[in-house]
Write a protein that binds this ligand. Structure first.
Ligand code: SUG
Length: 416
């Protein structure tokens, strides 16, 4: 059995829009009310997946969830007088950010040797809370093989859980036992702390993690206040490398020391605020990057174009590459449509360490499937959406038909 890291990206749904629903997510709030381009958004996401696949990395995907979500509209007793923001919630394509779909503990870390996934409850925001039942259904299909996987329902809704976006794993190689680092928020000025400590602790217990190979770390409240609504906006880890902003954690020195104690070979790459301010890091999503081990063993950072285009960030990265640190390559990608809603390259993927043979092959990307998905998107995805039109029956027909065409093309009628 070969355990490898598979990145499962969320295909951007046909209802992708800018409704401005996420308080504390500065990009989403800034773009509220603008016209979105779902077709371009989906093609950008697909190009990112294709790029990573062409680097020789296994790539998976998840389908967009059914929108508008009639189950949610019924639950909120929507009628003609319902607030437009709540109606818009039922149309949100937010499941594209699969880093929030679940928290994943690979088999080498767990008591029973299976890969455990806990579906995130996403209770803090209504448009995200509606995701989990359909997400759990999709996870149970993709990871149906119970000899290898255990998919859990969410933790109780009194504890906010936003999944892998607040979870980092460090290890020698992906297939070795790792150190799992759970980052929670306590305070965040005017913004909610979306990941609760107790949710993280429940997930760690439910996954059967070794208590000696787990850390619980508080996120810096100033980072939340500055717009880092998830830890993955200010830090990312891969194998022995942690790439972090100096202001990511409430107690940075204590956090680094605890990591080094448990994993002496850890390499911590810290970007000081004097080089890149927290504001610039959050504006450009430098840390919302995919930190990947290429088949050559080289570690690469897949960053959003916004980071590449920032002279400050670019200057820091160029210096880093000129030195002899562990990150040897920087690859910029254009995911601007997702970025305008506060979702960078890292938000768009869920990392699962597993044997690809154990995964339902319908969720694994191939060059042929890239073509299939691209042609469905080009033919059926709306070119643009004005969020004021969410709720219209014409748009509903367009969005539902588009998703159905994709389901047919990918032989995933189980998710219809
Ligand atoms: O939950 N944006 C998402 C972005 C999620 C990013 N994920 C990670 N950091 N892993 C969110 O805030 C915007 C939707 C809107 O406003 O219409 C939104 O939900």
């Amino acid at each position: 059995m070969t355990l490898v890291e598979i990145n499962f990206d969320g295909l951007v749904g046909p209802s992708h829009n800018y409704a401005g629903l996420s308080l504390g997510n500065l990009a989403a709030t800034a773009h509220a009310g603008e016209i979105s381009y779902p077709r371009a958004a989906a093609l950008q996401g697909l190009a990112k997946m294709q790029g990573n696949m062409e680097l020789g990395l296994p790539q998976g995907f998840f389908l967009p969830l059914p929108r508008p979500n009639h189950r949610f509209l019924t639950q909120i007793a929507a009628d003609g007088n319902t607030d437009h923001g709540l109606i818009a919630a039922a149309w949100s394509a937010s499941s594209m950010w699969t880093a929030n779909a679940a928290t994943v503990s690979p088999g080498p870390d767990t008591r029973d040797g299976r890969c455990h996934l806990t579906t995130a409850n996403l209770v803090t925001m209504p448009h995200r809370y509606q995701e989990w039942p359909d997400t759990a259904r999709q996870l149970r299909l993709a990871f149906a093989d119970e000899a290898h996987f255990a998919v859990h329902d969410p933790v109780p809704a009194c504890f906010g859980d936003e999944g892998a976006a607040n979870h980092m794993r460090m290890c020698r190689t992906h297939g070795d036992a790792g150190l799992e680092i759970f980052v929670y928020g306590r305070r965040g000025g005017p913004f909610p702390a979306r990941q609760h400590e107790q949710a993280s602790r429940i997930v760690a217990r439910a996954h059967g993690l070794n208590p000696d190979a787990v850390l619980f770390v508080e996120q810096n409240p100033d980072a939340i206040t500055a717009g880092a609504f998830h830890n993955d906006v200010v830090a990312v880890a891969n194998e022995r490398v942690l790439f972090t902003h100096e202001l990511a954690f409430a107690d940075p020195e204590g956090t680094y020391a605890a990591i080094r104690e448990k994993m002496p070979e850890a390499e911590i790459v810290i970007v000081p605020a004097s080089a890149v301010s927290l504001q610039e890091a959050i504006r450009t999503y430098l840390f919302n990057a995919q930190l990947l081990t290429l088949p050559t063993g080289e570690i690469a950072l897949v960053i959003p174009m916004e980071a590449h285009e920032s002279p400050t960030v670019r200057g820091w990265l160029d210096n880093m590459l000129a030195g002899n640190g562990p990150i040897r390559r920087v690859i910029p990608v254009d995911v601007k449509q997702s970025m305008a809603n506060g979702g960078g390259p890292a938000c768009l993927r869920l990392r699962v360490v597993a044997d690809p043979q154990a995964v339902d092959p319908r969720f694994l990307l191939t060059p042929a499937k890239v073509q299939t998905i691209a042609s469905v998107v080009e033919e059926w995805w709306p070119a643009q959406i004005d969020p004021a039109t969410l709720g219209s029956t014409t748009l509903e027909h367009e969005v539902a038909t588009a998703r159905l065409r994709l389901i047919e093309a990918l032989d995933l009628a189980d998710l219809a």
